[in-house]
Ligand binder design. Structure first.
Ligand SMILES: [Zn+2]
Length: 390
């Protein structure tokens, strides 16, 4: 994905809080709106998805913009919950970690929000700077007054410098006179605050990127999946398939993190493993789809493109009620193929066509039962004639 598009995502994450994907991000990642305002040195987490790591690591520091992406955003403080104390530009023209690098360096709360530092006591604002240096193990705690007198030599100088910086920071905060309110913070583009980058360089980087990543059809499918009564991890799995973010071999190889002995599809061995092949184009998967479609009373052969979305399958189903539930069967098919693929790779299991098919029927029955959609909650009847059950 190109960098302008990733940057666009940062803007969108900050600005579009009501979008369905925004809610997804809130669920999946801790405080995404705060994280995108930080520089990547404090946000990298190798457990996160590749896409998310790409978004947050695209902080523009490499482009010699002094403060990176956070420096391109001017934050207007209200309740302070969505503004990073150190990284966002909310007090003056620069982020506080640029203004007070020594303090930032020893802060144990590099990703805290402004609201965590600003307290209101008896109606007046109090800046709890001790919070920024709360003693965690292995990290230097803020010096106390007695420390300043007990130290000597270099330690003493550092401690005094720290005290001076701390007082400077406290003065800046008090002068800022930011009162407490429950309104939402605001973020606006801040292109003119530094001579280090030009307006045209940023706008060409950000403004030229249209939303090419997700088309309307895909967004609609993602919404349908999100609103379907499925376990959360299954929804996430389906989202990854739809957005091509599943860690299949082809993607892992591109990222240089694969140590698979073979790059081939575990079902047929004839093709490099990517999502489209594994789920829709492999002849083994197609046989599974054919069996599922026959079970649903669909005679016609569906193409690879038809299978990519559940819309085309829904059009073929004759019974109206069933149409709404096809997406559950569609997800169950993908999930059953994926779990079989993983078992073959990681547990040396032999591929079993019957087991995949059974799992599709069983999982779709169980998931539909969860939402009380099944008229007859009996797996045997579901197995025999699904069209009569929903
Ligand atoms: Zn294959």
């Amino acid at each position: 994905m190109n960098r302008a598009l990733l940057l666009k995502w940062k803007w969108r994450i900050l600005m579009e809080r009501q979008a369905i994907w925004s809610k997804f991000l809130e669920f999946r990642y801790r405080k995404p709106r705060l994280i995108v305002q930080a520089t990547k040195d404090v946000t990298s987490n190798f457990e996160d998805a590749i896409w998310w790591r790409d978004v947050i690591s695209n902080d523009l520091i490499l482009d010699r913009f002094e403060e990176g992406f956070p420096g391109c955003v001017k934050s207007i403080i209200r309740n302070g919950k969505n503004i990073l104390f150190w990284h966002s530009v909310w007090l003056g023209d620069h982020a506080l970690h640029v203004k007070f690098p020594e303090l930032y360096d020893i802060s144990t709360r590099k990703l805290c929000s402004v609201s965590e530092v600003r307290q209101v006591v008896d109606g007046s604002v109090f800046w709890d700077l001790d919070f920024l240096f709360a003693a965690d193990s292995n990290v230097i705690a803020a010096p106390s007054a007695s420390d300043l007198h007990s130290g000597d030599g270099l330690v003493s100088v550092l401690l005094q410098l720290h005290a001076v910086n701390l007082q400077h920071l406290r003065d800046c905060l008090i002068q800022s006179n930011h009162g407490q309110t429950e309104e939402e913070d605001q973020h606006i583009r801040n292109l003119n605050s530094s001579g280090l980058y030009s307006v045209s360089s940023i706008t060409s980087l950000v403004g030229n990127s249209k939303d090419r990543a997700w088309n309307n059809n895909l967004i609609k499918q993602l919404e349908v999946i999100w609103n379907t009564n499925l376990p959360i991890r299954i929804k996430l799995f389906a989202w990854r398939v739809l957005t091509d973010k599943l860690p299949v071999k082809e993607i892992l190889i591109q990222r240089g993190v694969s140590n698979f002995p073979s790059v081939g599809c575990v079902f047929c061995s004839n093709h490099q493993e990517n999502s489209n092949h594994l789920f829709f184009d492999c002849y083994i998967s197609k046989e599974i789809w054919d069996k599922v479609l026959a079970w649903l009373g669909i005679e016609s052969n569906l193409s690879f493109l038809d299978l990519l979305s559940f819309d085309a399958i829904q059009l073929k189903v004759k019974k109206v009620k069933v149409k709404d539930r096809i997406n559950v069967i569609w997800v169950a098919t993908l999930w059953s193929l994926w779990t079989m693929r993983n078992a073959v790779i990681f547990q040396d299991k032999l591929f079993s066509f019957d087991e995949v098919f059974y799992n599709i029927l069983f999982l779709s029955w169980r998931w539909l039962s969860l939402s009380h959609s099944l008229v007859v909650a009996n797996f045997y009847k579901w197995f025999k004639n699904p069209l009569n059950c929903i």
